[in-house]
Design a protein around this ligand. Structure first.
Ligand code: MRU
Length: 356
């Protein structure tokens, strides 16, 4: 399903900001399963390949899978329009469903598909591909711009130089570029406000140990990887001013769904007087779900937990629980940073006002 590249084109430089690249009419994804040990790009030529790449975690992170799916729609329309110019829409409809089924939790995927779907409905010109490509590129560009704005807004909230904890990877790799939580870290670091970032390793996919550590190292930001169960003693020791994380979906009441283990950090942060920041674009806010309990939580295979780095750890025949995300209640969130502004102590009223 995936096409490994023979020779890497010049445009595909190994950098976290290049997780998703549209180049010479093809979609290239930096394969996040292999990082940082191996830098390789995969080319997607069809919507089915794109959906598979999202499902298989070649590309991951809420905004990144939205941007990727938007390009997947371009590939779909190009494919069906070339094959059946007079009747291309039914094939595209099927591909939209395939892309939507790739992962269930991050709302950005459905948000991006909805934007592409709206444009599709409005198109009547002969060749629909150019307009759709412009829209996908706009979704991509807007996400980077939103991240830069959030970086500035989030950094402004950090009053003095401090160490921080982050969980999973909410960096350039997880977005169109720059990052949400790590965008705040990048901007705050540029302002001299970040001492060290403690990156939870984030079992079982190790997004923290592999991706966040790599990204921060590339940006020259001091990073220490820690096992997921270290956070409590680190906070108790002192010196941590903030926990800064991203989100896959924020409910209308401000409950925050993010990588499994985020809720645990929020409880710990409140207990230790550490502030808890969520950085996420408004495309992550889902007003259609009243509270976090309505958000579908992806479950992945037991094998991901029972194995590590390809080595089986658990005994054969034993089961494992592998929910991929959890929900942090709004009352444990000190601030949500979006590109439209900052919400302190989020409530349904404040979220509704922001989204008006
Ligand atoms: O399973 P993943 O790696 O896609 O999970 C990603 C996260 O949980 C991120 O924290 C979230 O998508 C925010 S990314 C800016």
């Amino acid at each position: 399903m995936e096409t490994p590249l023979g020779e890497t084109p010049q445009a595909l430089v190994a950098h976290p900001d290049n997780a998703i690249v549209w180049h010479e009419d093809r979609l290239f994804l930096l394969d996040q399963r292999a990082l940082p040990a191996e830098i390789r790009f995969l080319a997607c030529q069809t919507a089915a390949e794109t959906a598979h790449a999202i499902k298989a975690m070649v590309v991951r992170g809420a905004p990144a899978i939205g941007v990727t799916a938007a390009y997947g729609v371009v590939l779909s329309v190009r494919d069906h329009f070339q094959r059946t110019p007079a009747d291309w829409r039914p094939g595209v409809e099927q591909d939209l469903e395939l892309l939507a089924a790739a992962r269930p939790t991050a709302i950005n995927l459905f948000w991006a598909l909805e934007r592409m779907r709206r444009l599709l409905a409005a198109l009547d010109q002969l060749d629909p591909v150019p307009a759709l490509l412009i829209e996908a590129e706009r979704i991509h560009r807007d996400d980077i711009a939103a991240n830069r704005t959030m970086g500035d807004l989030g950094a402004a909230l950090i009053s003095a130089r401090t160490d921080v904890i982050t969980h999973c990877n909410a960096g350039a790799l997880a977005t169109g570029g720059y990052g949400t939580a790590l965008g705040v870290v990048r901007s705050a670091h540029a302002a001299g406000k970040i001492g060290r970032v403690y990156a939870d390793e984030t079992r079982p996919w190790m997004q923290g140990a592999r991706l966040t550590a790599w990204e921060l190292q590339q940006s020259g930001i001091a990073v220490t990887v820690q096992a997921d169960n270290v956070a409590a003693s680190l906070m108790a020791r002192g010196g941590i001013g903030w926990v800064i994380v991203g989100s896959d979906r924020i409910a209308a009441n401000g409950d925050v769904c993010n990588k499994i283990g985020t809720y645990m950090l929020a409880v710990l942060a409140r207990h230790h007087g550490v502030r808890f920041m969520v950085a996420a674009p408004t495309s992550t806010i889902d007003l259609a779900v009243a509270s976090g309990s309505e958000i579908p939580i992806e479950e992945r295979t037991a094998d991901e937990v029972l194995s590590c780095g390809g080595t089986r750890l658990g005994p054969e025949g034993v089961d494992a629980h592998n929910p991929v995300f959890d929900v942090t209640p709004a009352e444990l969130v000190d601030v949500i940073v979006t590109e439209r502004g900052v919400i302190e102590q989020p409530t349904a009223e404040k979220i509704a006002a922001l989204m008006e």
